[in-house]
Design a protein around this ligand. Structure first.
Ligand code: MLC
Ligand code: AMP
Length: 496
């Protein structure tokens, strides 16, 4: 019996004594330790009632057990559903309602709130930094082997929620084949092998940290320095013993802000990857000037996994995201019709990497996934004669701050719900550290509200990274002749 992802990522190393995860406390799990832990956790999932095809929601800090839980969900035939640890109660209640999980795993500190959200129908187990969570405790008593549940290439392995321009988050359904095909392409292209040691400082509830980083490392049998949080000091101290770093552009601007980043420091490193947000050409150039290494920029999405990458051997061109990955077709279109090389259009993508659609949202799926199999990314780009892609803008109203996607509509809905607010417009402005930062222009119905009172009313409803950093009280929002709010005018007026 086969299980597409488990057989490729975990089974091949199940008896290997090679080092896999090195944690902040200096301890190391071998691949065999990891496979054993995955099996123990898979037993707990099954005993908790999780069956093939059930969703397992996980909102927990980055720990060895959190990533082993991903493996366990795969081995038990379940669908892993990771959630940003910053989400508030009101955000969480939507995901739990929509995904109807068979089990929720949360941080021990949030157990009471999560149990209240889940009611008596959905069991809640916990993880804790000291290993005292109920999930970990129960796992300790289990066998280190588990009868893998069969799953085929088209069965779902993960459900990752991504916010939408309509304000409601959509669960992207990712199959075993979607994840494995992409891991294989990236491992080949970036020449990742068991000689590599990856510095892993990304969160593991998004595509980048979970799939791009972990699936490739597992597939290649590479070692991972599994950092709980991004921290410049730790990265600087780990670089000499490592070979790869994967990060969002903020990682690179912060590293550049540290004088210890030098050519000598990175002499052992063979690959710096950037993605999830645009890498400024000036960051690319400054990094090369300082270290002699050219950052490899790639482009992807939750729905599609990775789409394009600059070449490993060829030229890594600043301001471009490179070529379509093997097995992945990219076209630039005007309403579905391919445009000429050099012309701007919508980036569309087709291939084994592209998701199966949005959970419980057939209409949304039909809007974004063409019958031909091409997915409409919402990103605007150009392609050169030889197929190199550059992203030039976004058709979707989206702000990317430090690699996190923030959909203005979601924040506007919360602001507009406040008594005394007539309307609002949330927009992004350039930010030196996060790339973009969130501002809100608010038109009041009556004058008793202040920016501070609005902030206080918004904050409990939204994760911290989505909070507008400034509220600008305005008499009216700028609109074009069609009545559409001109966010470009707001950006120009307040971008400084
Ligand atoms: C933290 N804060 C943010 C923020 N991250 N605010 C806006 N945007 C962000 N990205 C808040 C904190 O809550 C804190 O609030 C304040 O900003 C400063 O925090 P910090 O200590 O400076 O931040 P830090 O913890 O260091 O986090 C920064 C970061 C992190 C860049 C390391 O945001 C991060 O890991 N980003 C990566 C996101 C990611 O993995 N994206 C991939 C998505 S997948 P205060 O005010 O309370 O102090 C995808 C597809 C693809 O997009 O192609 O990969
Ligand atoms: P997400 O929905 O979180 O998966 O984010 C996907 C979006 O991130 C894409 O649609 C792009 O807008 C953006 N993105 C990812 N990688 C890059 C990149 N290298 N350059 C510019 N934007 C990127």
């Amino acid at each position: 019996m086969t299980n597409t992802l488990y057989d490729a990522l975990i089974a091949p190393h199940a008896n290997s004594d090679a080092a896999f995860l090195t944690l902040d406390d200096g301890s190391t799990l071998t691949f065999a330790d990891f496979a054993g832990r995955v099996a123990q956790l898979a037993h707990v999932l099954t005993k908790a009632g999780v069956a093939a095809g059930d969703r397992v929601v996980v909102q927990a800090a980055k720990m060895a057990d959190t990533i082993a839980l991903y493996g366990a969900a795969v081995q038990a035939g379940a669908i892993y559903l990771p959630l940003n640890t910053a989400y508030t109660q009101s955000e969480l209640s939507y995901f739990i309602e929509d995904a109807a999980p068979a089990l929720v795993v949360c941080d021990i500190r949030n157990e009471a709130e999560m149990t209240a959200l889940c009611g008596d129908k959905i069991p809640v187990l916990t993880l804790a930094g000291d290993g005292n969570g109920s999930l970990s405790q129960q796992a300790n008593a289990q066998a280190t082997t588990f009868q893998t549940v069969p799953r085929g290439p088209d069965d779902l392995a993960a459900l990752l929620y991504t916010s939408g321009t309509t304000g409601r988050s959509k669960g992207a359904m990712l199959s075993h084949k979607n994840l494995l095909s992409n891991a294989q392409s990236l491992t080949d292209l970036w020449q990742i092998t068991s000689n590599d040691r990856l510095i892993h400082a990304l969160p593991i509830f998004h595509t980048h940290g979970l799939f791009v980083a972990m699936n490739t490392s597992l597939l290649a049998g590479a070692q991972v320095r599994f950092m709980t949080n991004f921290d410049v000091d730790t990265i600087v101290s780990e670089i000499p013993a490592s070979t790869m770093l994967m990060g969002v552009p903020t990682f690179y601007t912060r590293l550049l802000g540290d004088a210890r980043l030098t050519r000598d420091l990175v002499a052992n490193m063979r690959l710096f990857v950037s993605g999830s947000a645009p890498l400024l050409a000036e960051t690319h150039t400054a990094f090369e000037d300082r270290t002699g290494q050219r950052i490899l920029e790639r482009y992807g999405m939750t729905e599609t996994n990775m789409i394009t990458s600059n070449p490993f051997d060829g030229e890594r061109l600043a301001g471009t995201v490179g070529y379509a990955l093997p097995g992945c077709e990219v076209q630039i279109t005007d309403n579905g019709t391919p445009v000429a090389p050099g012309d701007i259009g919508m980036i569309e993508v087709r291939g084994d990497n592209v998701f199966q659609g949005y959970w419980n949202m057939p209409e949304k799926t039909a809007e974004e996934l063409r019958d031909t199999g091409f997915f409409i990314t919402g990103d605007l780009g150009v392609m050169s004669e030889d197929g190199r892609v550059a992203i030039v803008g976004r058709q979707k109203d989206l702000i990317i701050s430090g690699g996190y996607n923030i959909y203005p509509k979601e924040i506007e809905d919360v602001i507009n719900d406040i008594d005394g607010v007539l309307e609002s417009a949330v927009f992004g402005v350039p930010h030196a550290d996060f790339g973009e930062s969130v501002l809100a222009a608010v038109v009041l119905e009556y004058a008793s509200l202040t920016p501070e009172t609005i902030a206080a009313l918004v904050e409990p409803n939204l994760a911290r990274f989505k909070h507008p950093r400034r509220y600008i009280l305005s008499d009216a929002l700028p609109r074009n002749t069609m009545g559409k709010v001109q966010k470009n005018v707001l950006r120009a007026d307040h971008g400084g």
